[in-house]
Design a protein around this ligand. Structure first.
Ligand code: BES
Ligand code: ZN
Length: 628
């Protein structure tokens, strides 16, 4: 049965951990490995939210918003249904940059004396709303401020169609509070509905049941009947159309991009079916995807029922669809069982990377999935090296107190998380491991999960795995655990032979590269020597056309090499890429590589000055820091 008060179920879970605390006392070596503040007390605090859900928790959000492109604001009301503990006298919400006009309780005539607390860096300001024992609903009348960090307002020129503006949100990790006054903590879930008014030529979509066509009124109604955390609130408004893929799946994109998108993602329904075979029924009804304009700062975002995706995965050959498998996998790991705080982010992403590759294995075979595994492993090795093996940021369980949770977004959560799960799988075997994961998703569906609670569950369900794999070292320790598996790919070994042949003098055109997939090419580019002469690069380019590649992953890897080696012929492509693409992962690596020399840094700054208006705040906040 669905628990009508999800937050209280989560809270019961917390009580259970504390009750079970006696069998979870860390040993001295575990404590040493931890290097984090162990959680104490009854309530596990989310240090990135002002909310006090144990006193008063939001269980439902009802939004009424008008989207105004000329003033770049959202305005309207957020009506919050509140479940308060006996004696609770205040509802605390998170806000950042919102203009609060008035707050009413239980009806339009009953204005209450709300108060905004002081601004805290990253977190914004708490909104205190007084409660009486009778209060059930609170309505906040508000509008978004200028530069609301979740929102990106695009001019027509910044879209594919060039005729209509576009708006999209990015709420993860703690940006929901910049467009909705809400309890913005992943440990707090609520259902929602929304009425959104947009210009008549545009279609509004949310992380909810969605329309498939425009209507004449420009007013759209949405419902999300499953409880979700605030970071999964999402809105997109633009000139987009819909194309079905399967009976439960489809794609939205600007008309100019729709056909390409429908081709690229034609296997979405099969992915969904594969995922269900592996870890059980999909809990959200439909699964659709929207291709956003290129400024979208991530590859993908797992907004429930509607993944938001970058157009940089439209390679034309379906070679980058593991990203769709990734966002789909979050429908279990993340959206169903959710990291309780951003310190537990690895639970979301580590499980999702693992599940993503299982889906790809199911569809395209073990040798395909193994290539993804090796590429991910390379990312992990590089990240540990960049951070330093003794950096606290190499721990799975993080301590982000006083920091922006965005700082915790690294390949550690993704790839060390995945490597840990691979290790556990190897200890008990796939059959037993899959049984465990299935049961885990079932047992904690629509709840939040933290690292300690996960370890307790693991210890109880898979005691052998817990004992054999060095679990506390994996989770609380730094660097690279000694018992990590080293993934190998035969297809990549063949690529390495070609790289070696080239190094020994074989002309590029004579190399064995037949039938290589984008992943093999990516591996080839990554395996090229750190230092090459412009002539060598020119020869490779002439034979393989890397600078003109339509595959963003290959192009970004090649451009990195071009910058490192001062290969001038690729610079126009580099500039074009940096000015049009807003995907932070690519931007950070390219700008950082440019910045390694004084001339490069000047060039980076000049390009950035031109490109910055095209980027989302999530990207500029990182790059402002990098290029300051
Ligand atoms: N949920 C993340 C994106 C995210 C993480 C946004 C943290 C804000 C804060 C999403 O699922 C993701 O991991 N995207 C990756 C996809 C890749 C790993 C396949 C990306 O955008 O590159
Ligand atoms: Zn993810």
């Amino acid at each position: 049965m669905q628990n009508p008060f999800p937050i209280f179920r989560a809270f019961t879970g917390l009580l259970l951990i504390i009750a079970a605390g006696s069998c979870h006392n860390p040993t001295a070596s575990e404590k040493q490995a931890m290097n984090t503040q162990p959680d104490t007390g009854l309530v596990i605090r989310d240090v990135h939210s002002f909310a006090r859900p144990e006193e008063a928790a939001v269980t439902h959000l009802s939004l009424g918003l008008t989207v105004d492109f000329s003033s770049k604001t959202l305005s309207g009301t957020a009506t919050l249904t509140v479940r308060a503990a006996p004696g609770a006298d205040t509802l605390v919400l998170d806000t950042r940059g919102l203009v609060i006009e008035k707050v009413t309780a239980d009806g339009p005539d009953n204005a209450v004396a709300h108060r905004l607390g002081d601004e805290v860096p990253f977190l914004g300001r708490p909104l205190y709303v007084p409660l009486t024992p009778a209060t059930r609903q609170v309505t906040v009348h508000y509008r978004t401020g200028p530069g609301a960090a979740a929102l990106q307002w695009l001019t027509p020129e910044q879209t594919a169609g060039k005729t209509h503006p576009f708006l999209f949100t990015q709420s993860q990790a703690i940006l929901a509070r910049t467009w909705v006054p809400v309890q913005d903590s992943p440990g707090i879930r609520f259902t929602y509905d929304a009425t959104v008014r947009v210009p008549k030529e545009l279609l509004a979509l949310m992380s909810a049941d969605n329309p498939q066509t425009r209507n004449d009124s420009g007013v759209y109604a949405f419902r999300m009947e499953r409880p979700i955390p605030a970071y999964l609130l999402a809105l997109s408004v633009g000139d987009v159309s819909f194309a079905p893929v399967g009976s439960r799946t489809g794609v939205y994109a600007e008309p100019a991009t729709l056909e390409k998108a429908a081709y690229e993602f034609a296997e979405m329904e099969k992915m969904l079916e594969a995922a269900e075979r592996i870890y059980g029924a999909y809990a959200w009804g439909r699964y659709d995807l929207i291709v956003l304009p290129p400024s979208f700062p991530f590859g993908g975002m797992e907004n429930p029922k509607l993944t938001f995706a970058t157009p940089t995965i439209l390679a034309g050959d379906r070679s980058l669809t593991s990203l769709v498998a990734h966002e789909l996998a979050h429908s279990w790991s993340g959206n169903l069982v959710t990291n309780q705080t951003w310190n537990d982010f690895w639970l979301n992403e580590g499980f999702t990377v693992y599940f993503e590759r299982r889906i790809m294995e199911e569809l395209y075979g073990a040798d395909y999935a193994q290539m993804l595994e090796v590429l991910g492993y390379q990312d992990l090795v590089n990240t540990v090296q960049d951070f330093g093996a003794n950096s606290p940021d190499t721990q799975l369980r993080l301590n982000l107190q006083g920091r922006d949770p965005d700082d915790g977004v690294s390949d550690i959560a993704y790839e060390k998380g995945n490597a840990f799960l691979r290790r556990l799988e190897a200890v008990v075997g796939r059959a037993q491991w899959d049984g465990f994961v299935r049961k885990y998703f079932g047992a904690f569906a629509f709840q939040s999960m933290n690292t300690e609670r996960f370890l307790d569950y693991l210890k109880k369900e898979l005691p052998d795995a817990y004992r054999t794999a060095d679990v506390p070292v994996w989770v609380y320790g730094r660097g690279f655990p000694a018992d990590a598996l080293h993934p190998k790919s035969e297809r990549f070994e063949a690529v390495e032979k070609s790289v070696l042949a080239w190094k020994l003098g074989t002309a590029p055109g004579q190399l064995f590269t037949k039938n290589w997939s984008a992943h093999e090419w990516l591996h080839f580019i990554r395996q090229l020597p750190e230092n090459m002469t412009p002539t060598q690069m020119g020869e490779l380019d002439a034979a393989f056309g890397f600078t003109d590649s339509g595959n963003a992953e290959m192009l970004a890897a090649w451009l990195l090499s071009a910058v490192r080696n001062g290969y001038e012929p690729a610079y126009p492509a580099l500039e074009k890429f940096l000015v049009t693409v807003g995907r932070r992962k690519f931007l950070v690596s390219l700008y950082a590589q440019l910045s390694k020399t004084p001339e490069g840094r000047e060039r980076a700054k000049a390009i950035y000055a031109q490109a910055r208006p095209n980027y989302h705040s999530v990207a500029t906040s990182t790059l402002d820091e990098l290029l300051k």
